[in-house]
Design a protein around this ligand. Structure first.
Ligand SMILES: *Cc1c(COP(=O)(O)O)cnc(C)c1O
Length: 491
């Protein structure tokens, strides 16, 4: 399969090269030349890993079926709570697709379990000898999931930058206690957008390229700008659909809606890819928190990042520059994408043409939900169903209810649940009881008592563990910090 840059289709690469590059040389994102067709009928009898193999095989056809099969098994076997990977839980008003049953309790595990193995396979196939240096900006969950995926993987090193004070205490502890000889974690004085822009600038910096080159490193990204992050996420949309058909809840071919808590637009875009491939997806409901730049975009056709940045109870969605939207833009306005991206970086906004906007409105419903609304949703779902959801998933629940009311839709709906409620214990507890202790671990305990659930051992086990990674840098220091790391090869 050939992949093109969203900014100039002169820049093309095969799938494996696209994964190793992470981002196209002109700063654009790689897009497949076409969407492989895959109907859910063709997946009957397959489990989650079987579905993942079909999808990865279609997008990375440079690999043999055996290579794909091996890489999927190596990625998932034994890393998730069970073989089902992403269980679908029926509630009265909707189904919840639990994407947080992996090693770091966030949906990013689904893709970041695969990416290191995909990169290893790509290196082998292309005969690349250099060590990969994975650069990652995180709003909280990508960092830990990437660290866990790449930890001690031969031929790779990883550096993670997170916004100081912009992630939950548990998320921070998950990262700062990370074991492994090839990992580096550093806080940045700024918000997620700053950290992400810093990483993008590093990719574009000639000086960094030279320092990496001279020391035998090949830089790449574990953020969802990497097509190798996006493609593995398509799996769970198909799996949810197949589960519903299997249980007799929907008829084969009947469309279902998905509500997706959204930040960088990677998760929901994977759903749109699934639709393009032939999965009967009805509406994709794009749920934002108070950082509602996407709600504005899908309701007015105008993307405007010149706005206040809010810290919310759903920190992994605190994003104003939603990277993957560039891929959607490319699908609806083709070679105008480059000009829009330039305008966004120069003027802070761009505005779609009428036709492109009309097209998007048919496919997406977007809305926002603030912290109070999210807390109310956590309470409502717990009281009505005795189901405990996290602050990000709560935003999606609220968005689904808003959609069902506005469009009088009765189609079956799936809410994507992106994190374990025990990752954000103080906010979830506050939502349920109106108060929470300062200590996160005390809050976890209290939540366990109220819900009757056991918190994942990976989270309770963080208490008192030595924090190995304590570096903090200013934005301007990110580049020299990395150059120093590369030169000294200390990790
Ligand atoms: C990353 C993340 C999101 C947002 O996903 P995007 O692909 O960035 O839109 C939502 N919820 C949680 C818990 C996350 O970690």
């Amino acid at each position: 399969m050939i992949y093109f840059s969203t900014r100039d289709n002169k820049h093309k690469a095969d799938g494996l090269t696209a994964v190793l590059n992470g981002i196209a040389p002109d700063g654009g994102l790689y897009m497949p030349e076409r969407f492989p067709k895959l109907l859910p009928e063709e997946l009957s009898g397959l489990d989650a890993m079987g579905i993942a193999k079909k999808i990865l095989g279609a997008y990375f056809d440079e690999l043999t079926a055996e290579e794909v099969s091996e890489l999927v098994e190596a990625s998932y076997a034994g890393r998730f709570e069970n073989e089902d990977l992403t269980p679908l839980v029926p509630l009265k008003g909707a189904y919840v697709l639990e994407l947080f049953r992996g090693p770091t309790q966030a949906f990013k595990d689904v893709a970041l379990s695969v990416l290191p193995h995909l990169m290893a396979a790509a290196k082998k196939k292309l005969g690349v000898k250099k060590e990969m240096l994975i650069l990652t900006a995180t709003s909280g969950d990508t960092g830990k999931a990437a660290l866990s995926g790449f930890c001690d993987v031969e031929g790779t090193r990883i550096a993670v930058f997170y916004p100081e004070g912009g992630v939950s205490a548990i998320q921070r502890l998950q990262m700062t206690t990370q074991q492994g000889n090839n990992v580096c974690v550093c806080a940045v004085r700024g918000n997620f957008d700053d950290a992400q822009s810093g990483v993008k600038a590093i990719f574009a910096s000639e000086q960094v390229r030279q320092a990496f080159e001279a020391n035998g490193f090949l830089p790449s990204s574990a953020n969802s700008i990497n097509i190798g992050r996006l493609v593995p996420q398509i799996m769970y949309y198909y799996k949810a659909y197949c589960d519903l058909v299997k249980r007799g809840e929907v008829l084969m071919g009947e469309p279902i809606d998905f509500a997706v808590p959204t930040g960088n637009f990677g998760d929901i875009l994977a759903g749109y890819f699934a639709k393009k491939m032939g999965l009967p997806v009805g509406k994709l409901i794009c749920a934002s928190n108070a950082n509602d730049v996407l709600t504005e975009f899908f309701t007015t056709g105008r993307y405007d990042r010149r706005r206040a940045f809010y810290k919310t109870a759903s920190p992994s969605m605190d994003i104003l520059i939603s990277s993957n939207l560039e891929r959607l833009l490319y699908l609806v306005c083709g070679d105008k994408t480059k000009a829009y991206m330039e305008q966004l970086s120069r003027d802070g906004y761009y505005e779609l043409s009428e036709e492109a906007f009309a097209l998007l409105k048919r496919e997406f419903f977007a809305t926002r939900c603030g912290d109070d609304g999210a807390f109310a949703a956590i309470r409502r779902v717990f009281e009505a169903e005795h189901y405990l959801c996290d602050t990000h998933t709560a935003v999606a629940f609220d968005a689904l209810w808003q959609y069902q009311k506005a469009e009088k839709s009765g189609a079956p709906a799936v809410v994507l649940s992106t994190a374990s409620p025990f990752k954000f214990p103080r906010d979830v507890l506050f939502a349920l009881t109106g108060s929470a202790p300062d200590d996160e671990f005390a809050a976890i305990k209290k939540l366990e008592e109220i819900s009757g659930l056991l918190a994942p051992a990976a989270l309770t086990g963080l208490k008192g563990v030595l924090q190995r990674h304590t570096d903090v840098v200013n934005l301007k220091e990110m580049e020299p910090y990395l150059i120093r790391k590369a030169e000294q090869k200390t990790w």
